[in-house]
Ligand binder design. Sequence first.
Ligand code: IPD
Ligand code: CA
Ligand code: CA
Length: 262
Amino acid sequence: MHHSALLNVMIAAARKAARSLKRDFGEVENLQVSLKGPANFVSAADRKAEETLYAELTKARPGYGFLGEEGGIREGDDKTHRWIVDPLDGTTNFLHGIPQFAISVGLEREGVIVAGLVYNPITEELFIAEKGKGAFLNDHRIRVAGRKNLADAVIACGLPHRGRGDLALGLRETGAMQDQVAGLRRFGAAALDLAYVAAGRFDGYWERDLSPWDLAAGIILVREAGGFVSDCDGADAMLDKGSVAAGNETIRKEIVRVLKSA
Ligand code: IPD
Ligand code: CA
Ligand code: CA
């Protein structure tokens, strides 16, 4: 398939970072048995992947700004463009040898997300989207699922855990949702959760306490797959509030309604 120059840059950078992540993931399995576990090793893998992405993206597009989970903000001369990058989304999965993690790269132009890539180096599933040009999984066009009833829907979510999120609110919201849906899933990588909504695997998804790098690429994937994305209150402030609700328009609205009732 013919990709735009921009997507080619993003894909090349992600594939390069993926090679080292994949090697390191193999290594993690060997470290599992040690008492301390592979935690330090994994944070080094994470930083190394971000540096590869920064180097490759900046080489191809000098001057673009860069916001990465590990290195924070790196200003560029071009104030209209900014990469938003999570080099390893799904760290807990990675750390436990669970192959559900991804590289996430979004590009913002004047505050609007115009391109996104989510890549799982283990399954080699590459999700890409560019504004106005549709969303693709390994070069096949993807669409959000068409189901309209929560009762038939499989919905993904995040779950508060030790040191993170509002447990009482989380319990109320998951409780309310569980009562209405065909199935609830917690896969542990927000970028892939959104990519799976784009691909019609999940009918919908919501989560709170996220960061821009968890969301940027996934948002454009869902929108370009014909889906809708808002924050958990139904507004358009996902990156500012760090919350997200996604699906086709009916399911997204239903998710927001159930969350409000919780
Ligand atoms: C996390 C994952 C996870 C979500 C967390 C995120 P990380 O990102 O996306 O699914 O529930 O809140 O922080 O830390 O693995 O990059
Ligand atoms: Ca993340
Ligand atoms: Ca991360």
